[in-house]
Each structure stands twice: as C-alpha cells, then as structure tokens.
Write a protein that binds this ligand. Sequence first.
Ligand code: AMP
Length: 115
Amino acid sequence: MSDDTIFGKIIRGEVPCDKVYEDEDYLAFKDINPAAPVHILIIPKKPIPMLTDATAEDTALLGGLLLTANRIAAKLGIAENGFRCVVNCGPGGGQLVYHLHMHLLGGRDLSWPPG
Ligand code: AMP
C-alpha cells in the first residue's frame, strides 16, 4: 500500500524528524507543533490510515503501541508524574495525518476534557 502522508515520508527517510525512538515496528519523534513540554508522536511503520482501519490482525501492533508509549515515557522522565496517550480518529476526532499515530503528551499537568 503506498503511503504518501508526511509520516510515510518520515518513515522512508524522505523528510527529517527529531527521532526519540525506533525499532522494527515503530518510529517515535517530537511533534513539530508541541501541545505540551513533551509531545511525541508514535507511529507504527505499517501504513494503517486511521484507527478504524485496524483489524484483528493488528491486535499485537496496537498493544505494542501502548507499551512503546510506556517505554518512551520512562525514557523521557514523564512516567512518574503521568502522561496522556491520544489517538485522533477521522475528521471529527481532529485527525490531520492519515497514517495511524498516537500522541504521547506530558511534562505538565493536563486538564480534562480536551478541546
Ligand atoms: P493528528 O491531528 O492526530 O493527525 O496529529 C498530527 C500531528 O502531526 C500534529 O500534532 C502535527 O503537529 C504533527 N506533525 C505534522 N507534520 C509533522 C512533522 N513533519 N514532524 C512532526 N510532527 C508533525
């Protein structure tokens, strides 16, 4: 499946990013427009456009996404105070880039509900 999104280009190395973590399945980098002192985007390398496109075949990949957030939160020193993981899905969910990704936000106390 071709992935012409900005995140597909980042995965292929065609566009630079400020990388904080990478393994075989995931890439994580700093959001270019941070909404918190720590704002990381964690993306599965598999090009799933949005959460509703994921299937049972992606169960392990989706679980691994959360565990990767844990690992990065610990690495960046925000695990103890706490953090938030967000997946925006579709236009109503505020999704702008149609390559599945999770926002990891922390480094300050976050209010609820979000906007
Ligand atoms: P979403 O609204 O969930 O699709 O979030 C997309 C996020 O990608 C936004 O927070 C943008 O600031 C971020 N973003 C877009 N382009 C880049 C880029 N080249 N490098 C890092 N973050 C980006």
